[in-house]
Design a binder for this molecule. Sequence first.
Ligand code: AMP
Ligand code: GLY
Length: 445
Amino acid sequence: MEWPWLLPVSDTSDTNSPMKVLIIGSGGREHALAWAIARDDMVEHVFIAPGNAGTALEPKCSNIAIPVNDFDAHIEFCHRERIDLTIVGPEDPLVNGIREHFDAAGLKCFAPSREAAQLEGSKGFAKAFMQRHDIPTAAYLTTGRLDEAIAYIEAHGSPIVVKANGLAAGKGVVVAQSISEAVEAATEMLSGDRFGDAGREIVIEEFLEGEEASYIVMSDGTSVLPFASSQDHKPVFDGGLGPNTGGMGAYSPAPVVDDLVEAKILDRVIRPLIAGMAAEGTPFQGFLYAGLMISKNQDVHVVEFNCRFGDPEAQPVLYRLQSSLPSLCLAAVDSQLSTKTIEFDDRAAVGVVVASGGYPESYETGYTISGLDQIPAGAKAFHAGTRVQNDEIETSGGRVLCVVGADADFMEARQLAYSGIDAIHFKDQHYRTDIGYRVIERLQH
Ligand code: AMP
Ligand code: GLY
């Protein structure tokens, strides 16, 4: 069968190929980035630090055993291998200032600065920035004091949302259904028991109603190119039950982001953010992720910003990308993004995550994964928590794989992804069976 949108793309207009790329990270997002970059004719080789079993096996790709926060080792490697471009996947190295290290070494790195990464690294920073620039978001209080927190919670009532200010791997948010639950969350966070220092300051905010969507763009600091919209599924169980995870599945496009909503997102959120960051002397260059709540009457509010691509959003979104990702990233690093356009395949893509039993709480690893060679044509298994051990692929993390299917028909795309999931087996595996339920509900109305 022909999958024309998966043919290698090529755009050698602004570099002398072949180029070498380094990707930092080890998750499903990084596998999707590596795959999207390696299939480009202008790219000779992609290194992933440290990568996973999927990136190790991808054509033109190899893993290098450097931890994500060992910037000196990255830089030494880039000089030695003559790497043309580095792309950073996760938030940790961004918040730790990887961009500054690469700039000082004279190496091209598509990533926001440490200051720009505060949009994700500090929820308090992001809220205050939005308030300064009139970007719509929930009413809130940032505090490090329990008495202030309790007074705010009691004055506003429930439901109400309590968030650790710092990075907490997507788990530092409690959507409290009662005042006592909110007070308990605030107490635990502020004591440092729950998220350590990340929770010593908290943001308490108004509960927003509506449907969530992810909107990701790339920026060179002034211009913006939007990726196709997407939608994540954060709770671990079907029906949106159970604790929040990094994301159990995603699809692209998200029908809730119609033309009107997209125009609002760009006009009220993305453009004011890029202009505001530039005006404050901290231009945002990199992937920018806006987590949004879209109300019934199509009002748009920001739930959070991330300074990186989403995971698992990257898997379905990049699966649809038809433009040359390395060329776009190079243009962004050179502040030339306004000369570029970005194209996506019209087909819908659906990604379903299969996780280790027990995730997002404690789980076992080291289980052999079978069936990866049985994934149907047209579907793709992006790896996350996997490693190669004695010539076998085994589990090594919470989210293990994300299988993506694409088709002009959403239900066919979803079926393709679930056929791939059906082929895969490992001990205690768990996945949601309802990825895309909101689209299905729409299709039924
Ligand atoms: P965050 O890490 O800030 O994205 O929050 C994690 C999840 O908590 C979001 O994806 C939402 O589902 C939920 N959430 C966060 N803030 C709010 C809010 N103000 N209103 C309703 N739900 C929220
Ligand atoms: N999927 C949500 C995130 O990447 O933060």
